[in-house]
Design a protein around this ligand. Sequence first.
Ligand code: GLA
Length: 709
Amino acid sequence: METTLVRLASPVTDVIVRCRPAAEILYWGPHLAAFSPQDVDSLSRPVPNGRLDVDVPVTLAAETGRGLFGSPGIEGHRNGLDAFAVLTTVEVRQPDPQQLVVVAEDSQAGLRLTTELRLHADSGVLQLRHGLTNLHPGDWQVQRLALTLPLPESAAEVMAFHGRWVREFQPHRALLAHGSLVQENRRGRTSHEYFPAMISGEPGFAEQHGRVWGVHLGWSGNHRLRAEVKTDGRRLLQAEALYLPGEIALAQGESLTTPWLYAACSGQGLNGMSQQFHRFLRQEIIPFPRASARPVHLNTWEGIYFEHDPAYIMQMATQAAALGVERFIIDDGWFRGRDHDRAALGDWYVDPHKYPQGLMPVINHVRSLGMEFGIWVEPEMINPDSDLYRAHPDWLLALPGYLQPTGRYQYVLDLSHPEVFDYLLMRLSWLLGEHPIDYVKWDMNRELVQPTHQGRAAADRQTQAFYRLLDVLGERFPQVEFESCASGGGRIDYEVLRRCHRFWASDNNDALERQTIQRGMSYFFPPEVMGAHIGHHRCHATGRRHSIAFRGLTALFGHMGIELDPVRADAQEQDGFRHYVALHQRYRTLLHTGCLWRVDMSDATTQVQGVVSDDRAQALFLVAQLAMPEYALAGVLRFPGLDLQARYRLSVVDHPDLKPVIDGGSTMRQLPAWMASPTEFSGEWLMNAGLRLPILNPETALLLALDRL
Ligand code: GLA
């Protein structure tokens, strides 16, 4: 018997696929305790009057030629021909019970589509991609190749993310009854503007309730995501790499593989979805080369910018070590001629004026203090004012015969050009081979405009070449960790995460802004890959001032660092850095391995998040007051994720800004009585009745710990 129905099962989620005559997801929802193949008969569709005479399934390939009138999953042609492929399954394979491979062909159009699905047994995350092969002579021009996931009709609300430089990961929502919500990114990197994810759910879904289906496309280039309601009411999510005109032409025998799409469905609201993604990343993708805890950083950028004086940097390192810092990173400004941001990108040689004895004295000093050493690079870029440009003006990723604007005074190098690739590999191998470097902050500070290789669109090739460069370096220097930075959070996605170990979430170190940015990022990423730094008390990006407590507690829930000049900080600030670094070190195992919860509060000005250890013995919750409270009385915090049977000791770990009545003002006259001494409560009580919070002033925070007795 030919396999028609395949069920991929996990304790959380099941996926049921009808594979013949074409692959169609019939069910993607909660795990089914009992299932028999004839159950799917209940979902057989009537045929409506007034349109096509047959039922048309929304297949994984969503072919137009089949009679689907929505957004197709495949678009392309062979010089105008073979444009309406209808793919029929020719082979179904299950390499193991969690995987399904469906091969489908259209022998007339000369195309083969191979679709791979993997349902991760533990996390319940579904991972899928297509591979398209041209079987006939003559190029088949690919315009689009998308993955299409059908959703139940109840998924009527959509959440996606917008953003910009210094304001990444801002969620927005829409109720979708007709038509589509489409987000396109043509910037050539993952982008600050549209993080490649969409979440659909039952209207009103929230952090702690509602059924949601979320997808993320793991791709660091151009992309398009779409939530669509067909005119017959069926709903779908579609995701694809976005190809520029003429960019992908498959010669006979050639294939194109889409990026992986990662999908999770949860009946426990957005937290359930995030917890699945976090678990999946921790098990399958995050590749920390060393088992040790994530080291606390000091990054020099906002401390000294381009002013590099090794003697002074060594003083900074000494001071950093005294504060508990474990990894010291010199940022932009160390290479030949890099005195400002208008010159020198491409010239990856140590500046002989700033560092007459090379980098080694600084590196040795940093390491003698017991810290790791890290360094900043931006390999994909070139300034017109650089020796590299003067020698190779033709190495640009540009369209010959056109002028294109610079961005931050720089152009992009054409990584598809073998000499460019080899040059970068050579200089980076020199840097990492000749110096004991533990960590590289890899930056990428401009978008791709007219990205062509010899006149043909090459944004996709550029992203592939960037991955290849990192892959080769990863093989050559397996002990080196990489951070993905692109003017802050411009290149954050699961595919680059296969090659790096940390993201610089944003160039905005304003703790108030960071609360929102980091929350947005937490939907798809766990704290240990989210670079979060304590910045200067007057934030460089916004000019706002925040207490050390608010800055420290905000940076606590990520991979912590400090970004300023510790030498020039006053004694009070230094005490603060020491305190929050130590606090992070005390709790980082919990923060970096536990289960993250975002808590729904009735007052949206109060933002609460927490991490509960997997065994539920320990929890840490941060209550951040973002603006003036909506109500006079603070809300009740019902703690999620605890052990109902256990008793917990509740302690206030940190609240230095919490003051009842300052100079006759402030939002609170008297503290709640429970704050007077450590108190014990049952998990059941804390989860159901909760804790009445003290009233916090805007831009302050409170850290609470629970320890099982
Ligand atoms: C980008 C990064 C910053 C810093 C500067 C250096 O803006 O996001 O963190 O490294 O470049 O030029």
